[in-house]
Design a protein around this ligand. Structure first.
Ligand code: NAP
Length: 477
């Protein structure tokens, strides 16, 4: 009888290929399969010598090569692709087999899939895997959810290939059905906040202290020796000291400052809203990425007034009135943008000016101010944001010095004013010429090969960070 694999991996993309190699490097005979066989062949040619791989061309061949109870990992995109692969494999499996989803699935999907497969006697294990491309190969952090029974046989293998700290594996049974993917989702939400905070720290040092990226890299290296010591701080220093070969400029300056996301930050915020948990930092980080990508709004807002350097000049009450007015304009601008986006997404063709008109009386937010919103949309129905309407721009421009003073006073006095502070950050985010979203994109490319776009050329790029000479390689993505 042909040799049987202890575990199998289908989906040999960035993550799957490295995970399979990790199993093989730990001495497990590993079955490998990919929808497009060229990836399986490439894996065998490049890394076949690393261990015991059993390549398969078809799902049937793949399943037949697995020792019972079968353990197979699916490493494909979350969502429809994962469902398609499960539908393809479930009929080939038997009760007691363990189907493992290592992708970034939404925990609610994992709960649904686990229940459906449980009814057929198949263990479905939703596993959160963190550590990106390199982690998958050298030892990721693994968050498995599913039945304790499945973990009994699967757990030791996962613990074996996981990262170890002080000899302790970075893998443990998390809980039933969607628990593993839930914890991975929140992990990613925290990652969003961590990256945003680092980006803000960089931006402050650059713009407020005038430090160059190379100098900031040194500061980050120093911080990495202390209580901030972490992977993200370490790679930020690497990113900031990296010079773009093509232009000789600091790499962070040639990266387009529009941060992308794959949705786990958004899911964390959505789940937190459902659970009633105030994850304000994670939400701000998620929205900061979203703001950075709104090219039209940012383009229109670029000329809006910035700080004049003047003092308060009037009573504190007057300053608070100005902060209140300016923050209120932001709230309405955001709300109308949401209606605009919903209207476009669902084909509702909503007349925004008419919405302002019908809110002028009767409803709770009725206000004189709504006439102005109606007028703004009459002047330009496609205005990207109310903040760039000439009248609002002038008024908020006049108010913004006082608004800043109020935010500073609130901060100094320890009085929480999240509405004023976050509205002001939104205003400044929109009018910023460059956002530190460029650093976030560079970090994402560094740890997840997520690619980036450049300020000076069209296309999608990936830097091979692990190589010493780090050539820029254009991807086909
Ligand atoms: P990837 O490089 O884009 O590879 C995707 C793989 O999925 C390819 O092998 C592709 O096969 C396969 N696939 C897609 N749709 C399929 C379908 N309908 N049927 C069969 N195979 C299909 O993706 P990745 O970066 O490895 O990510 C895989 C999963 O891991 C995702 O859920 C991702 O969110 C998660 N993840 C990624 C990272 C990261 O840092 N990249 C970190 C943690 C988790 P073909 O070659 O035939 O197209």
């Amino acid at each position: 009888m042909a040799q049987q694999a202890v575990i199998g991996v289908t989906g040999l993309g960035v993550m799957g290929r490295n995970l399979a190699r990790n199993f093989a490097r730990h001495g497990y005979a590993v079955a490998v399969h990919n929808r497009t066989p060229t990836k399986t062949k490439a894996l065998m040619e490049e890394f076949g010598h690393e261990g015991d791989f059993i390549p398969a061309e078809t799902p049937q061949e793949f399943v037949a090569s697995l020792a019972r109870p079968r353990k197979m990992v699916i490493m494909v995109q979350a969502g429809a692709s994962t469902d398609a692969v499960i539908d393809e494999y479930a009929p080939l499996l038997e009760p007691g087999d363990i189907l493992i989803d290592g992708g970034n699935a939404h925990f609610a999907d994992t709960r649904r899939r686990e229940q459906a497969l449980r009814e057929r006697g198949i263990h479905f294990v939703g596993v959160g895997i963190s550590g990106g491309e390199q982690g998958a190969l050298e030892g990721p952090s693994i968050m498995p959810g599913g039945s304790p029974e499945a973990y009994e046989s699967l757990g030791p293998i996962l613990e074996d290939i996981a990262a170890k700290v002080d000899g302790v594996p970075c893998c443990t049974y998390v809980g039933p059905d969607g628990a593993g993917h839930f914890v991975k989702m929140v992990h990613n939400g925290i990652e969003y906040a961590d990256m945003q905070l680092i980006a803000e720290a960089y931006d402050l040092l650059r713009k407020a202290s005038g430090m160059a990226p190379g100098e900031i890299a040194e500061t980050f290296r120093t911080w990495n020796e202390g209580r901030l010591g972490s992977y993200l701080i370490e790679i930020t220093a690497d990113v900031l000291s990296h010079v773009d070969k093509a232009t000789g400029k600091p790499f962070v300056d040639i990266v387009l400052d529009q941060a992308e996301q794959k949705g786990t930050g958004r899911w964390t915020v959505q789940a937190a809203l459902d659970l009633g948990v105030p994850v304000t930092g994670i939400a701000e980080a998620t929205f900061a990425r979203s703001l950075s990508g709104h090219v039209d709004m940012r383009g229109a807002a670029r000329g809006l007034a910035g700080p004049s350097g003047g003092g308060l000049g009037s009573s504190f009450a007057d300053a608070v009135e100005q902060a209140l007015y300016a923050s209120k304009v932001v709230a309405y601008a955001q709300g109308f943008n949401e209606i605009q986006a919903g209207s476009a997404e669902y084909g509702w063709n909503i007349d925004l000016g008419a919405m302002a008109t019908i809110w002028r009386g009767g409803c709770i937010i009725r206000a004189k101010f709504l006439d102005r919103i109606r007028e703004a949309y009459e002047t330009d129905p496609a205005t990207p944001t109310l903040l760039t309407d000439a009248r609002f721009a002038a008024e908020v421009g006049d108010a913004q010095d006082a608004w800043r003073d109020v935010a500073v006073t609130a901060t100094r006095s320890g009085i929480p004013a999240p509405g004023f502070a976050s509205s002001l950050a939104y205003y400044d985010g929109l009018r910023a010429d460059r956002l530190p979203a460029a650093l976030i994109q560079a970090q994402r490319d560094f740890f997840g090969a997520h690619t980036y776009r450049r300020t000076d050329r069209e296309g999608v790029f990936h830097t091979q960070w692990e190589l010493d000479d780090r050539p820029e390689a254009r991807t086909d993505a």
